[in-house]
Write a protein that binds this ligand. Sequence first.
Ligand SMILES: [Mn+2]
Length: 323
Amino acid sequence: MAISEVLSNRFRYLVSKSKSIVLVSHRKPDGDTVGSMLGLALALTGEGKNVSTFSSDPLTAQLTILPSAHRVKNTADFVAGDYDLVIALDCGDYSQMGLSVEQDRLPLIINIDHHGTECFGDLNIVDTKASSTAEIVHVLLKKLHIPISKNIATCFLAGIMQDTDNFKNPNTTTQTLETTSYLLSRGANFKKLGRHFNHSKSLSSLKLWGKILARMRRHPQLNVVSTFITNQEIVESNSSSEDIEGVANFLNSIPDVKASCVLTEIEKDEIKGSLRTLDESVDVSKIASFFGGGGHKKAAGFRLKGRIVMYNNAWHVKSTKLA
Ligand SMILES: [Mn+2]
């Protein structure tokens, strides 16, 4: 990917004239939004800037191992007037930043993202071909000749590993691997990331995965696999919804499956659906929007009013009405 001179110069200019900068990750933060946020925060701090980092939801245990993750503040501390520049990382749209203030109360916003949904920033550095936002931020810093320290490299590598599912997804490009190679040469802690990102399942959460997998069904015409879990089962197994993150992606391991859907019965009459696909020809956001939800081409979600019921030895969704 090439970031144009105009974009990188504009970024440099906006950063240079700012006294206090806040970086914001998206709701339910993942390794890419937090990795790109922390890496950029460390880089700008190194350039002598006054930088804060914010997340509307708490970081998962895995993400707290990232360098300077302990400095991430909760949005309850967010005061719009305290900053003269806001940088959104991996957010998709303004609402994903999870801020309680309206956008017009904020100063300038730079939106750095690889989701192509909405260019809500005053400056938008968006590349839908990049594997991750971390990859874009890395290219930007290199272009501005800002040095990549070991800690910055670890943060960016976390973002790339998260969004490529450890270099397994088709969004992994030559540039992704070149970036990764460079980050490793800067001392990125691949070993630590691998251990915390890929080997962190508890016995109880794997048993829960077993339950979810045992309920899988394949829709013969659509070639979509689906399954369900209830919130009660998650709680009873001492797990959290975080422990089942990744199930929907894992279901796409079956050859030729077009997409997967994991339904979670959150409350008595409310079901949450998570859709994932690895198939280039499928856009799951369209299925999600049919049910009143939304998301991206490869990952989307929806909510509907209904219950999971058992009859004829199989589970069915009994929809009361669309949410
Ligand atoms: Mn991302």
